[in-house]
Design a protein around this ligand. Structure first.
Ligand SMILES: [Fe+2]
Ligand SMILES: [Fe+2]
Ligand SMILES: [Fe+2]
Ligand SMILES: [Fe+2]
Length: 407
């Protein structure tokens, strides 16, 4: 089925505001929900948060009062959408449980995007980043068992493996080396623009979340691990946002944002197993179609160009949450020792990398290492892992002691 969001109409803008009753959605049931339903909620929350913040940035540089009023209106609708989407998460989850789900999103969404990305340089950026969030998942899963006495398998449900990725201690790079080269807006595939925006939005939301929940913990190791990984998410936001061509006009950026919202709601609508959640995706898609229509009008009027020059004439293949285990194992086996130098990637540690490592670690073990050591001390030599497809593909990262795998 082909779906061209530029040719569709949705709910008229003036009918998009909701009252308290409509905003007050029932959350999903944490015991019975599909883990990927929770992942879709988190991913779309990231998309809506980006819609709101992008709208605020546009507001701050827009000299036209009439446009600012229209932007303000649509942004308010985006803010309502964000409240509805994020409020689908159940209140009984601890911040750490939600954190593990955030890293599951980062792993399986980034892996999907890497697999589908047509541009090899952009694909490398996703392959590089995914091995780091994969390691974050492992570190937080160990923290989770240690401080809550619960297991991450309840959350990821065997869909995503939990084991070491590129060790978190090596994610701390000089900020200069987090700046990638942007795609060229005039020659890149429309799909590549959507990918970059989606992963940037997901990482940005993860960064915000860790910045805010980290200090709510009492346990020193939890506070420290959130601080460490929160700083790496800052690097990840830089890594992904610098892929976007800074030469796009504000009208063009708005158009791509709205198109991407249509794409993401449509994608998850086609995959959603929970009928109540699916109804939210459908409603929001019908709102986004009109946001897109408005953005397309402005793009025509102010940039004098046809939206079809920028957006795909029909939606690309829907984004799916699905296991990416074999793909991730292949990346682990081939790319674990990469770091960045300038806008590119190298296998060897270089001077600027070594210097920053010295500065940030100050001769001590970082929290991401301490959490594993503490776990080993308390749980009889085993770290927490879920290895459903066999031993770790990198021999030096295999479990060496204790009873072995816990899956
Ligand atoms: Fe939205
Ligand atoms: Fe992460
Ligand atoms: Fe990340
Ligand atoms: Fe929108």
């Amino acid at each position: 089925m082909t779906f061209n969001p530029l040719a569709e109409r949705g709910i008229p803008l003036e009918r998009q505001l909701r009252n308290w009753r409509e905003l007050n959605v029932d959350p999903i049931d944490p015991d019975t929900a599909d883990p990927y339903t929770r992942c879709r909620i988190i991913a779309l929350n990231g998309i809506e948060v980006e819609a709101v913040f992008f709208g605020h940035h546009f507001n701050r540089v827009c000299p036209d009062q009439e446009i600012r009023r229209q932007l303000s209106y649509t942004r308010y609708v985006e803010a309502q959408q964000q409240r509805v989407v994020n409020w689908l998460l159940p209140g009984v989850s601890s911040a750490l449980e939600t954190t593990i789900a955030y890293e599951q999103v980062a792993v399986d969404l980034t892996a999907w995007v890497a697999r589908m990305e047509p541009d090899p340089y952009l694909q490398q950026a996703y392959e590089f980043g995914v091995l780091e969030d994969f390691d974050h998942l492992y570190r937080y899963a160990n923290l989770f068992e240690m401080i809550e006495r619960r297991k991450a398998e309840k959350i990821v449900d065997g869909l995503t493996e939990v084991m070491p990725g590129r060790p978190t201690r090596f994610h701390h790079r000089h900020p200069y080396d987090n700046v990638r080269d942007p795609y060229d807006k005039d020659s890149t595939a429309p799909l590549s623009k959507l990918h970059a925006l989606t992963i940037m939005a997901a990482e940005q939301q993860t960064m915000n979340f860790y910045m805010n929940v980290g200090p709510q913990y009492m346990e020193p190791i939890a506070r420290q691990l959130y601080q460490e990984i929160g700083l790496i998410e800052e690097e990840h936001v830089t890594h992904y946002e610098t892929l976007v061509d800074p030469g796009e006009t504000w009208w063009e950026r708005l158009l791509v944002h709205e198109y991407n919202e249509c794409y993401m709601y449509y994608s998850f609508l086609t995959q959603e197993s929970d009928p109540r959640v699916k109804a939210v995706w459908e409603l929001h898609l019908n709102m986004e179609l009109e946001h897109l229509h408005q953005a397309a009008e402005w793009f025509r009027r102010h940039d004098g160009r046809d939206p079809a020059e920028v957006c795909a004439p029909e939606l690309p293949q829907p984004v799916r949450f699905e296991p990416n285990k074999e793909y991730l194992r292949h990346l682990l086996a081939t790319q674990i020792d990469l770091t960045t130098l300038g806008a590119g990637y190298v296998r060897d540690a270089h001077e600027r990398f070594e210097k920053l490592q010295e500065q940030i670690h100050g001769g001590e073990e970082p929290p991401s290492e301490q959490v594993i050591e503490l776990h080993r001390e308390r749980f009889g030599d085993d770290d927490y892992r879920i290895e459903t497809e066999g031993p770790h593909p990198v021999e030096s990262l295999r479990q060496t002691t204790g009873a072995g795998r816990r899956s």
